[in-house]
Design a protein around this ligand. Sequence first.
Ligand SMILES: NC(=O)c1ccc[n+]([C@@H]2O[C@H](COP(=O)([O-])OP(=O)(O)OC[C@H]3O[C@@H](n4cnc5c(N)ncnc54)[C@H](OP(=O)(O)O)[C@@H]3O)[C@@H](O)[C@H]2O)c1
Length: 331
Amino acid sequence: MNNRQIVLDRLPAGDKLAPDHFALNVGERPTAGEGQVLLKTRYISLDAANRAWMQGATYRSALEGGQVMAGGGLSEVVESNVGHLKPGDLVFADAGWQEYAVLQGKTLSKLPDLKPETHLLSVYGIAGLTAYFGLLECGQPKAGDTVVVSAAAGSVGSIVGQIAKIKGCRVVGIAGGEEKGRWLTEELGFDAAVDYKSPEFKRQLRAAVPDGIDVFFDNTGGPIFEACLFAMKNFGRIACCGALSQYDGAPPPHGPRGIPGLIVTKRLTLRGFVVMDFAAQNDQALADLQGWVASGQLKVKEDIIDGLENLPSALIGLLGGENRGKRMVRV
Ligand SMILES: NC(=O)c1ccc[n+]([C@@H]2O[C@H](COP(=O)([O-])OP(=O)(O)OC[C@H]3O[C@@H](n4cnc5c(N)ncnc54)[C@H](OP(=O)(O)O)[C@@H]3O)[C@@H](O)[C@H]2O)c1
């Protein structure tokens, strides 16, 4: 009746996330009280945001040293004291990095019966919905537009680029290393890829977008944001999705230069968003995503690692660029 858990032992203080920030703990398996549900974790989603939550309050409270590491995932109902869920049902739950968790039943809804079930965490989960709404609602791409996406080989970015292709855009992905770039162009159908780690990054970017950028989907902030800002066309749109270049380690020495003058003269629109903002439109988004996956227009890349004990190294590796597509851990 044990419950293995990964605890965030101490918060990183300006240093990079390391294995010794975490500890493995063996607790007691909880039981479900009134209105509650006992969940068994199947897969835990690894997200760049896991690291951002350690820096301070975001759209959720800041994490604290000593707590079970927070994270969402796919869980199976084991015991239920609510009418709308029964043992065996699958739910998406903010259950943390542990084998078992008890949550209030009213916060959970049964997920559809889809195969493979891991798609519920990738293309039909937060990554797919973030890509869909961020690009289509905030970026407003039109056929023929040039769309640039950063962290392009990651879970959100790889879907953004493919949806932009489906919408008839010219797509440029920014990712680390030539190998990831080849994967984007040869496997996912991006028109060009740019390596932000190359000393030639800015020249490569200029060559890839000779007429400028209509829509920039920004996952990274920092120097990539700054370089793309200068390459924006007049009336361009920037979908501000995340700032993962600034999550791990010391704060950057300065913000992007060129603001606000460039934004004014280029008449740019920058829109930040959180995927939950569009929850009322999830059904339409999921129908579109399912259609594109079924027709083969949208390829789903998942990067699955086994073992609860490997969660810390899996997150550190994601921040270091190990993953292609959606990284998750099978518990
Ligand atoms: N707004 C929302 O509602 C929402 C929802 C979900 C996620 N997000 C955001 O979406 C972004 C992607 O997150 P994800 O969890 O899907 O991660 P991910 O893209 O699957 O993985 C992170 C990738 O970022 C790249 N990277 C790491 N450090 C970088 C740096 N300094 N500069 C540029 N690229 C770097 C790495 O690839 P390389 O090899 O290319 O470096 C790595 O593979 C994050 O900013 C996250 O906060 C936002």
